[in-house]
Design a protein around this ligand. Structure first.
Ligand code: FES
Length: 197
């Protein structure tokens, strides 16, 4: 039931973007390449939300449980992003958090907070570095083939389109220990959820 709700929410979010995107000649989805996987997410969705709903996580294993859920204060969703996101430069929250230990120059310069940026462009290549806050210098390896992202691709209840199959992976992937509360601070995700109700 929850899987279906999440899937419908993503589809709805995607539809609301599609009119604007068609006018702009853009696809209403953005591809994300992350740790050897590629997923399609609704254009304009927050990167943290998009990854979690796709069964992937911008957090390290421990930080998956202990993080600020998108307020921009914990710094554990730090990732390197190749491709276009909005805003293009650090937000105030990023300036504060990415300049605060354990993040520090010069390593912090390549990082963005996944909870503070919206997916844009066509393809985002997202790299997560090691250590609890992602402040390390070694990129995390590709996910094993047994990772739930692949396993749930055939989920029967998942509708076609952006975020559909990916959403079902969330529950199976166990990357959202708080369920929908994971997205409580993502206004866009909450609005989509309300429209769905
Ligand atoms: S989730 Fe805490 S800073 Fe992004």
């Amino acid at each position: 039931m929850m899987q279906r709700l999440r899937a419908q929410t993503c589809a709805k979010l995607s539809r609301s973007h599609s009119v604007k995107c068609e006018a702009a000649g853009q696809a209403d989805t953005v591809r994300i390449a992350f740790r050897g996987r590629e997923v399609e997410v609704p254009r304009g969705s927050k990167l943290r939300t998009a990854l979690l709903r796709a069964g992937l996580t911008p957090h390290s294993e421990g930080a998956m449980y202990i993080n600020c859920r998108g307020i921009g204060s914990c710094g554990t969703c730090a990732v390197e992003i190749e491709g276009e996101v909005q805003p293009a430069v650090w937000t105030t929250a990023e300036q504060l958090r990415l300049n605060f230990p354990p993040h520090s120059a010069p390593g912090n310069q390549r990082l963005r907070l996944a909870c503070q940026v919206a997916c844009s462009g066509d393809l985002l290549r997202v790299t997560k570095y090691d250590k609890f806050w992602g402040e390390g210098s070694a990129a995390l390896p590709d996910l094993p083939s047994a990772h739930p992202v692949a396993a749930v691709a055939e989920a029967p209840e998942a509708p076609a389109g952006a975020g559909g199959a990916a959403t079902s992976r969330t529950a199976a992937g166990g990357v959202t220990p708080l369920g929908e509360l994971e997205f409580i601070l993502d206004r866009g995700a909450r609005q989509a959820e309300r429209r769905q109700q």
